[in-house]
Design a protein around this ligand. Sequence first.
Ligand code: PEP
Length: 257
Amino acid sequence: MNRRYRKTIIAGNWKMNKTLSETKAFADELKPLIGKPKWCEVVLCVPSVNLQAAVRLFKESRVAIGAETCHYESNGAFTGEVSAEMLKEIGVKYVIIGHSERRQYYNETDFTVNKKVHAALEAGLYPIVCVGESLEQRELGVTMDLISYQVKAALAGVPADKMRHVVIAYEPIWAIGTGKTATAEQANEVCEAIRAVIRKLYGARVARSVTIQYGGSMNAKNAQELLAQPDVDGGLIGGASLKAPDFVQIINAANQE
Ligand code: PEP
């Protein structure tokens, strides 16, 4: 973390978990536990059907609500999809774009990721753009090339003044939902490389202001070490965001003075 230049953001990704009643129960449990974190922003990305309720439930709290994806068109014949404008209008602030599960199961490509980043920014949302390598790619030694390509493709055509709304999440695919975490050094090495790519594209001032999260089996035990790294500015958290006490411990690790 480097709070002098950029925000620390702890974001939960609930994926396809929690019904409306479970969402309400979680809000009731979480709100008294987290209080008002001063040093980090807290985000919960929830299934689209529960977004409106989540916005209402967390209204008076410091928790912002995010969606897990959006379409790149603002409207049209795209059965089952939700646009960035629709999300913005109901009070959603963030949207995850290009999560590896979306890339794997729903054919999201670097090209559609880029279109979605533009759509999110135009609607006034903050995209959390996910990049990350598979185990095979890491073993082949192409992690940095791949990540650099993914970042450049996602940001193609995004002007510098919009970069203060963009969050990048480095999520090695082999660490997502597997219980395997990148070491703090591995996480920082790639987050630092992402910042270097942004520096080349936009210059040093923009690069040092962009929040770059780590995601991949972050939990109450390993959060502190990961977040102590200078280029790791928060976490995108799946499994450990589903239980309020675990999520709070991660928030507390990010919220230390
Ligand atoms: C994720 O879904 O982005 C994620 C990092 O999941 P987990 O924390 O469960 O590995």
